[in-house]
Design a protein. Sequence first.
Length: 855
Amino acid sequence: MPDLGFTSPNKQQLPALAGIWSLRSNPEEQRVLQIEKQKQEIQAVTQSQLSCSPRRVSRCHLRSSNVEISFRNFCSFVITWANVTTPNSLAISTRRPDNLQMTDTPYRINYTKNANMETMKGLYNAVTGNPTVQNVANTTAAAVGTAVNTVNDGIRGDIKQRDLSTYTVEDCQKGNYITTDFGTRMSDTDTSLKGGERGPILLEDFHFREKTTHFDHERIPERAVHARGAGAHGYFQMYEAIPDLSCADVFQHPSERTPVFVRFSTVAGSRGSADTVRDVRGFAVKFYTKEGNWDLVGNNIPIFFVQEAIKFADLVHAAKPEPHNEIPQAQTAHDNFWDFISLTPESTHMTLWTMSDRAIPRSYRLMQGFGVHTFVLYNADGKRRFVKFHWTPKLGSHSLVWDESQKITGADPDFHRRDLWEAIESGAYPEWELGLQIVEEEDEHKFDFDILDSTKFIPEELAPIRYVGKMVLNRNPDNYFAETEQVAFCTQHVVPGIAFSNDPLLQGRNHSYLDTQITRLGGPNFQEIPINKPVCPVTNNQRDGAHRMTINKGRVNYFPNRFGCPMTATAAQGGYVHPPTMVHGPKIRARGPKFAEHFNQARYFYNSLCSWEKEHVIKSYAFELGHVDDLGVREKMIQRLNCVDLDLAQKVASAIGVKPPTTFDGNAHDQRSAKLTLAGSPRDSIATRKIAFLIGPGYNSAQLKTVRAGLAAAGAVTVVIGPTKGEQEKGDEAQFTYTSCKSVLFDGLVLVGGTQYEKMSQIGEVKQFVNETFKHCKPIGAIEEGAEFLKTFGFIGVGIAGPGEQDVSSQGVVTSMKFSPSIMDLSGTISWGKDLHKAIAEHRHFERIIDPVPA
Ligand code: HEM
């Protein structure tokens, strides 16, 4: 960054920010700076420095008239609202540190009215990532106050971010030396201490021994399940308070943001397995509320395999690699899994979901989340209600296709992890709405299923979803191990206002998470690991244990004690008072009578799927059971499926060498819901879709630029793939070559005009790219020679524009024989660009004839 003239005598101590502040202490010099230049500097601050500055912030004070922020080792600045009723008088000033001491001499910049507002807007947007406040000048004094508060939070980080920053270090900084763990600087970290140049290594080499010992012990056990995951920070914010439903503080303040950490995961695979395997996805959210951590530890499917936690170990043993040879990894396509499922009829419903496209999501950002169990909310009067929690993604729910997801496991095993990371880094923050399905306590028994049975969902037609807030993920972790690996979610982490139902699966989970984390995280003090620490005080009589960090002062570690501390809290003081609930009945190993019915909802789900979803379910069972050697297991599974749907059972049976049934064995009801099909998910945005442009020597650069710009303007990500990486003949940059990436990593393809196709049609990778894009039902756009090239593939039943013809849009293939600079204009009624936009937003075009379902 250029030095724009910082005049501090301490210039040497202000390396990074000196350039961007470029401020003068004396008013004379200050006037010399052009207003325009000042604006640019502040814009530079807002765009580049502040958005990453929270890690550097050491101190921040919010006062009635200003916010003062101090940067670690650098300097501080003050944002002042001189008069909030006429918010034109924003002034930004900086203070210069005298070494680490702040001086009292502010460096002040005054702006013209408009410059101030622009600056504030830029500052606000940069730090909050919220483009909705368009004009601060026109807002009310109260809104300005909120904006300043939000800016304040954005700059210094939310309460959890500030907490984490006290543990965060930047080792890789100029001026830092390699030290031992105990702080001694080392002169050599490459060569061990030896007796003579040719050895042996001496025991005295404390640096070698410490470094190697740390390495030898730096792996911890992976999670027993959900070992493979990716995490992100963000916030949760209510749309409106819901004191009628719950007294939890997290639900009461629409103007406040609660920090969250979210971890998405697969279930069966090991830590190093691929992201896109067929599996349930974990969706675990830790809310750092003022009343303690609330963990909503859910999945992307609203039901579960088993009704009782005591069956969980069996389920997981059966799903994991088989014990004799540790095969297969991260797959349920094997004898043991389907053996267990076929003998556990309650699992049938869940397998319909896991055989559907829900189990191969396109992205963590494009899938729903569910708390699964029925929980309880209670308000300040102790009134209890049952609740199911739903997370609904803003960009809709979309999936991969099975052939594609298998190929991605090779092309990019980190596909989902990378997707989440890149979206957040690029500012396309993933967002979900939190929905509540409420059931009054007195209605507990009015359904034909038991709401305590986690193999059942509550249809939205019986209990509509009320959307009460949103969650936005806007910050990647600084360190995978410290945050994503060490985070410990637990269903028993609740706050006043949220409680448990008697769901036996949930009750068992409440035991299992803490128990397993004691092993995984090395003892009972893992709640002190920064990512797990609540943002409110923790005071109790738990002491000691491995890795205890807190130094508890005082003479007593028991209760009651003569000092009366720490004391218990009443409900009014924020204490957790279990809402009184009637419990009665004999001590017995049994389940409620409605737990015995297993197939009605499975059929309800299957009935609700559209034709292509049903086709995918049939093919998935055919694939999975096709890997089962034991005929008895395959036959048993067909019996189970025949309690759901005869056609399903027959088609799967014929694909797996089992005699198809001729009569249906289940309850042939025709109930269905429009809420359960993915076909109903929103399809109006192309934001974050990744579109490939395959080019070669002779490509039309004007067309490439026009189409890329048009797609990027709508939020899509465009990637150029050429014969070589880097600059192409017309100055465009190619990010990948034909051999360094595969079609499966993209959401669509564009072929622009030019003379390149004679050569490109000779290249196997190019032909495979186009063929696979079509096979995986992805949108394809082509112009002029690109359309002619596409025609040579002979895709069955697809219309492609020919010479002199109009633009043609057919099964997601959008072609034009006439390019114009306004081709991407979305405002008119017809245009190639508009059709392409629609085809990409549609995501997949399953009307294409690819592989027929087994006869
Ligand atoms: C509705 C049923 C269930 C759901 C939605 C669910 C969800 C999850 C999720 C999302 C994780 C990953 C947490 C993370 O990202 O760190 C997880 C981990 C885990 N789950 Fe479950 N689970 C369910 C049932 C169970 C049951 C019944 C048990 C045991 C009785 C269990 C035991 C575990 C264990 C031991 C872990 C590893 C935790 C750790 O090491 O931190 N789960 N579960």
